[in-house]
Write a protein that binds this ligand. Structure first.
Ligand SMILES: [Mg+2]
Length: 125
């Protein structure tokens, strides 16, 4: 069974760079453009019999933001999937919102590739 890391970000640049770093580190990567698309991709991957090891999500996105997306993931059948928030947001209040939503970690952009891989290795199921 293939296991994926799902990257959810409205920025193509971020999606591409995260995807590049993770693929270099040996992970399979799927991506989504916002939280709503993230839920669709999550359902699509799992219904095809494959698994999602973890999710890396932006906060500020159209349609469904990363906090709402995380809440939705963590309150349904995907609640065992760790969610790492990757954002430009540094405010403590936002971090607390992420934590309350069920996020396992919070990483601030721009990220260092080695730092991202270290966190992913720690969190991925
Ligand atoms: Mg964004």
């Amino acid at each position: 069974m293939k296991k994926y890391i799902l990257v959810v970000d409205d920025s193509l640049t971020i999606r591409s760079s995260v995807e590049y770093v993770l693929k270099q580190a040996g992970y399979n990567v799927a991506s989504a453009v916002d939280g709503a698309d993230g839920l669709t991709k999550l359902n699509g991957i799992t219904s095809s019999g494959e698994g999602v090891s973890m999710i890396i999500s932006d906060v500020n996105m159209p349609n469904m933001d990363g906090i709402t997306f995380t809440k939705s993931v963590k309150s349904g059948s995907f609640k065992s999937i760790p969610v790492l928030i990757l954002t430009t947001e540094t405010q403590e209040v936002r971090k607390q919102e992420g934590k309350a939503a069920g996020a396992a970690g919070w990483l601030v952009k721009p990220f260092q590739p080695e730092q991202l891989v270290t966190v992913v290795k720690k969190l991925a199921n």
